[in-house]
Design a protein around this ligand. Structure first.
Ligand SMILES: Cc1cc2nc3c(=O)[nH]c(=O)nc-3n(C[C@H](O)[C@H](O)[C@H](O)COP(=O)(O)OP(=O)(O)OC[C@H]3O[C@@H](n4cnc5c(N)ncnc54)[C@H](O)[C@@H]3O)c2cc1C
Length: 497
């Protein structure tokens, strides 16, 4: 941190400084604007304008709607049993969640957008991730804002743009806090615009809404033990918020949440892109399987794992699927699956949604690019992957025999999905561990105040959204975007009260 003595003059004066323009930052700004007719509000976003919006912009846009605060608190308490959330925080969160829907609807209508029930890209009305913990009572339904993709983000971005008093600066990173070394009060921040460093005085507070650390391999390794991890969202979420919070003397929590909470997903990583493509979860055919480092299958590939954020039940507990321990992992498929399934989803994630990569429907363009390997025999495919041809052949034969029997004794794949790899040519693509969210950050209270190591608020410092998310351990679909709204608004309310 920078001490006030190091600041000769304040280059910019504002009331509320918001670091990061994703949904949490947008909601903090909207609330501040609507609460306080005179407040000066400045959002600083590290990315260029064309790449702003963070993970909020490329998320599945699913919103958790609950009409029962008690059931919702009970559900999250049960999901967070491994690392309990303070009860006061849990109760507050549940009540805020139950009151949130009309506010979201008002934002949609102000933007001229349509709020709908459901995900917008599947037939489901609600995703009930962990029924045994009370999902049915807690979750009324899933909702979203059209269009798909990015509808929720687009509506909130439009709300910010309609409020002209909110100043937005892009390509402007918050790089340090200005903090009194004795009282720990945060007075402002240092921002970087290219080579320029500017001191910003924030009279009412600084809200850190800088998202997670998905794109920091160093943090992935040290906080979660992932040797390899690729973001599915923005490459700009490099854990800057975590570094600022550590310097400010905050107590960190939930640093290892990304696995149990949002899961480690099957990604497709190619050299031309910094972030991973997300493999599809809607299949027209199932003549495919995955193999681990030992050339063998290692889990039930066609279980609907997207409905539990890539967790499967082991020994009575929900745990991450083992992609990050099993690697290198390859997915093998035959010509039938190649022709009838676009391998990636286009409704979320960075490369299709923001960078506009248009993956071909039959994957032929990606074969041409060399992203997908193709060979006339399984042995030749194994050689192209750098694997043992006899071992890969044996795995495919074992799987094809299970298909013929209609029973997968090894991993219990649904018989309806037991389709043999039978139609050459055969294909392989490497599956990389890909992450949706990290969730760790500073311990915070229901006013989104950042807490120090004695759990006392650090004056003038707030945190919202995925950075320091309240969610601990298991996670219900649609909680992160709604938490970004609630915590962003709470920060603005407290700072301007
Ligand atoms: C593929 C995918 C699908 C998802 N689906 C869902 C879903 O359906 N429902 C759900 O609830 N959640 C979902 N999530 C999770 C959800 O998107 C995030 O948790 C949420 O968007 C976080 O919002 P945020 O505002 O905290 O952070 P973000 O939206 O990530 O915004 C953070 C911003 O901070 C900026 N920033 C970073 N460092 C700095 C700095 N130093 N200075 C200034 N700015 C900085 C970044 O550039 C970024 O724009 C999904 C995530 C992904 C990746």
């Amino acid at each position: 941190m920078a001490s006030p003595a190091a600041v000769d003059t304040w280059d910019i004066e504002t009331d509320l400084l918001i670091a990061g323009y994703g949904l949490a930052g947008a909601c903090a700004a909207i609330e501040a604007h609507d609460l306080s007719p005179d407040a000066r509000i400045l959002i600083c976003e590290k990315a260029p304008e064309a790449e702003a919006g963070g993970n909020s912009r490329v998320a599945g846009q699913s919103l958790l709607i609950s009409h029962d605060a008690r059931a919702l608190a009970d559900y999250q308490r049960a999901m967070s049993r491994a690392n309990p959330v303070p009860e006061e925080m849990l109760q507050w969160w549940a009540e805020e969640m139950v009151g949130l829907e009309p506010w979201i609807q008002a934002r949609a209508s102000e933007a001229g957008a349509e709020f709908i029930r459901g995900t917008g890209f599947s037939e489901r009305d609600a995703v009930l991730e962990f029924p045994e913990f009370g999902a049915r009572a807690a979750v009324a339904y899933t909702a979203t804002i059209l269009p798909i993709p990015s509808g929720v983000w687009l509506a909130f971005d439009a709300n910010v743009r309609l409020r002209e008093r909110i100043e937005r600066r892009y390509e402007t990173a918050v790089v340090d806090l200005v903090q009194d070394p004795d009282t720990l009060e945060v007075l402002g921040a240092i921002i970087a615009q290219g080579d320029r460093r500017l001191a910003v005085r924030a009279h009412r507070g600084v809200v850190l809404a800088m998202g997670g650390y998905e794109a920091s391999l160093d943090m992935q390794r040290n906080y979660y033990g992932l040797a390899e991890a690729w973001p599915l969202g923005t490459p700009h979420n490099t854990g800057d918020g975590i570094r600022l919070l550590q310097k400010a003397g905050a107590s960190l929590w939930h640093m290892r949440n990304q696995g149990q909470s949002s899961g480690i997903w099957p990604g497709i990583q190619v050299p031309e892109y910094d972030t991973a493509f997300l493999r599809t979860f809607f299949w027209q055919s199932f003549s495919w399987l995955e193999i681990a480092a030992d050339d063998r299958r290692f889990y039930n590939e066609t279980a609907e794992l997207q409905l539990t954020h890539y967790k499967e039940k082991r020994h009575g507990h929900w745990v991450d699927t083992p992609h990050h321990r099993a690697g290198p992992v390859h997915m093998l498929f035959d010509e039938t699956t190649r022709m009838h399934n676009r391998l990636i989803t286009t409704v979320m994630s960075w490369n299709p949604v923001v960078l506009g990569y248009d993956w071909s429907e039959d994957n032929s363009a990606e074969i041409e690019r060399g992203w997908i390997l193709r060979a006339d025999s399984i042995e030749a495919l194994a050689e192209a992957m750098g694997r043992d041809p006899a071992a890969v052949r044996a795995t495919v034969e074992r799987y094809n025999a299970a298909c013929a029997e209609g029973a997968d004794a090894e991993f219990g794949r649904d018989p309806a999905t037991l389709m043999p790899l039978a139609t050459p040519p055969y294909h392989a693509v490497r599956i990389a561990p890909a992450v949706v969210c990290t969730g760790g950050g500073a311990r915070r209270n229901q006013h989104s105040q950042v807490l120090d190591h004695d759990h006392a608020p650090i004056p003038g410092l707030y945190e919202a959204g995925e950075l320091g998310s309240m969610v601990s351990d298991l996670y219900q679909n649609g909680s992160y975007l709604t938490e970004a709204m609630i915590s962003g608004r709470a920060a603005a309310r407290h700072a301007l009260s």
